[in-house]
Design a binder for this molecule. Structure first.
Ligand SMILES: *[C@@H]1O[C@H](CO)[C@@H](O)[C@H](O)[C@H]1NC(C)=O
Ligand SMILES: *[C@@H]1O[C@H](CO)[C@@H](O)[C@H](O)[C@H]1NC(C)=O
Ligand SMILES: *[C@@H]1O[C@H](CO)[C@@H](O)[C@H](O)[C@H]1NC(C)=O
Ligand SMILES: *[C@@H]1O[C@H](CO)[C@@H](O)[C@H](O)[C@H]1NC(C)=O
Ligand SMILES: *[C@@H]1O[C@H](CO)[C@@H](O)[C@H](O)[C@H]1NC(C)=O
Ligand SMILES: *[C@@H]1O[C@H](CO)[C@@H](O)[C@H](O)[C@H]1NC(C)=O
Ligand SMILES: *[C@@H]1O[C@H](CO)[C@@H](O)[C@H](O)[C@H]1NC(C)=O
Ligand SMILES: *[C@@H]1O[C@H](CO)[C@@H](O)[C@H](O)[C@H]1NC(C)=O
Ligand SMILES: *[C@@H]1O[C@H](CO)[C@@H](O)[C@H](O)[C@H]1NC(C)=O
Ligand SMILES: *[C@@H]1O[C@H](CO)[C@@H](O)[C@H](O)[C@H]1NC(C)=O
Length: 376
């Protein structure tokens, strides 16, 4: 009986130990210890987690509840959806997702990050960005989409900007090959910095900014040919604005005169002294503000199509004129012409008669020897 009791005691202790081991194992897998695992793989300092170039395919889980800043630059997170941030993270304010080959940002991704303040999605290749990715009442102030919009439609980007960012202050849209100025930008009322450098924007003709706190507008390296003085007048009303406009193909014809006058009058175009003409070719690289006003001509120089069209029309008109003059001369001179024709007819007749006569002489064999010099 005693032996059995000892054995039971022994087995009970073993079971106890096993249970403790299991609990420990469980805790290490799913408990709070796991954020230590995250910090083994990544770098944690205070409330900042840094996971650079780890080839992560999704947002690491779980994130510490007190996280404020998350760097995930240079991973391979191509798709964000509702399960990317499954737990509410009240204190997360900065999120860096640059260089992730990101293609898709679905609806509801950032619903659990109510205090997100800075979002970096630069250097990605975003094909679709849901208009509902970001909750309406968000606090986003910095959005970096530099070199990251790849084939996102103009309507989508416009709608996204129009509806999603009530507090946005700094928007980086540089290096995106945008051809049109996204409509939604003008409705951002807190916008202070807009970087549109190195796109292909052809016109900002109808752009009126709602923001009166705009401080920096960078439009260098675009495809602008001119800016109408109305747009410049609007921009000059924004106090404290600095604008950058070099490296655009400015078209120095007569329409440029208004813009030059405006540029001379105001100083808000910070790099105006460095702006140069691109067309016409005689003025290429000439500093815009130093071009003699009389050289800003609209004679379609440098526009061969225009020249060809004008010259064809001109040629047609000249030919028509010549035709009319010819007919007029014929009409006025009709009597003279008649007389002239009679004269010709008479002359012909005389000539023919001469022939006839000569023929008769020639046919007379007795006069054959004389015929050689008879014409004179
Ligand atoms: C944040 O939470 C982790 C555990 O989740 C803890 O180790 C760390 O000390 C906390 N940091 C601060 C600054 O409270
Ligand atoms: C990134 O993930 C995709 C699959 O989503 C994979 O095909 C590709 O090889 C990954 N890239 C790197 C550098 O690991
Ligand atoms: C989110 O994406 C992951 C793969 O990237 C997928 O497994 C999961 O089902 C998706 N969740 C939702 C809600 O679509
Ligand atoms: C956006 O990201 C690019 C490249 O990652 C960086 O050069 C640029 O400074 C960032 N812009 C802002 C406003 O932080
Ligand atoms: C870009 O999107 C359009 C439709 O929006 C599609 O027809 C085209 O194939 C796409 N191009 C690339 C390179 O994905
Ligand atoms: C300009 O943007 C294109 C993408 O649209 C990029 O490939 C190129 O490197 C950028 N150029 C500079 C000088 O940053
Ligand atoms: C600007 O707006 C006017 C009318 O509001 C329109 O006729 C014109 O085509 C627009 N110009 C551009 C370049 O969008
Ligand atoms: C623009 O220039 C034209 C011609 O110089 C002038 O008639 C017009 O009033 C100007 N518009 C503004 C808004 O200054
Ligand atoms: C104008 O160009 C010169 C030489 O490239 C440069 O040093 C200067 O900073 C530029 N000025 C502005 C206002 O961009
Ligand atoms: C355009 O006209 C101006 C003045 O009439 C002249 O100096 C200039 O050479 C012309 N341009 C071309 C390309 O003919």
């Amino acid at each position: 009986g005693r032996n059995v009791g000892v054995l039971q005691e022994f087995q009970r202790k073993r079971a106890h130990r096993l249970l403790i081991l299991c609990v420990l194992l469980f805790l290490s897998c799913f408990g709070p210890v796991s954020s230590l695992d995250l910090c083994d793989e990544c770098h944690c300092k205070s409330t900042t987690v840094t996971c650079l170039h780890k080839n992560l395919m999704s947002i690491p889980q779980p994130l510490p509840a007190n996280i404020t800043t998350l760097f995930l630059t240079g991973n391979n997170i191509s798709h964000l959806n509702e399960s990317s941030f499954p737990v509410r993270l009240e204190q997360l304010t900065e999120l860096y997702l640059s260089g992730n080959q990101m293609e898709q940002v679905d609806r509801g991704v950032f619903n659990n990050l109510p205090n997100l303040h800075s979002l970096d999605l630069s250097n990605n290749r975003i094909l679709s960005f849901s208009r509902d990715a970001i909750p309406e009442n968000n606090k986003l102030r910095v959005l970096n989409l530099s070199q990251s919009l790849y084939n996102v439609s103009y309507t989508d980007i416009s709608n996204l900007l129009k509806h999603s960012f009530p507090k946005l202050s700094n928007l980086d849209l540089s290096n995106n090959d945008l051809k049109l100025f996204p409509d939604g930008i003008s409705s951002l009322s807190d916008l202070a910095t807009l970087d549109m450098r190195n796109n292909s924007v052809v016109s900002i003709n109808n752009v009126t900014f709602r923001s009166q706190v705009l401080q920096r507008l960078d439009l260098r390296d675009n495809a602008l040919k001119d800016i109408p003085n109305g747009t410049l007048a609007d921009l000059s009303q924004i106090p404290g604005l600095w604008m950058y406009l070099t490296d655009n193909p400015w078209y120095c014809d007569c329409k440029m005169k208004d813009m030059v006058i405006w540029l001379q009058k105001f100083d808000f175009v910070a790099d105006k002294a460095n702006m140069t003409c691109f067309e016409p070719s005689e003025l290429r690289n000439a500093p815009l503000l130093q071009v003699d006003q009389t050289k800003l001509q609209c004679n379609y120089s440098g526009n061969m199509k225009g020249v060809m069209e004008t010259s064809y029309v001109f040629l047609g008109m000249v030919l028509a004129l010549i035709g009319v003059i010819f007919l007029l001369v014929l009409y006025l001179n009709r009597k003279g012409i008649k007389r002239w024709m009679y004269n010709i007819r008479d002359a012909c007749r005389d000539h023919m008669e001469g022939y006839h006569y000569r023929y008769e002489i020639n046919s007379d064999p007795r006069l054959a020897n004389l015929s050689l010099n008879s014409d004179v």
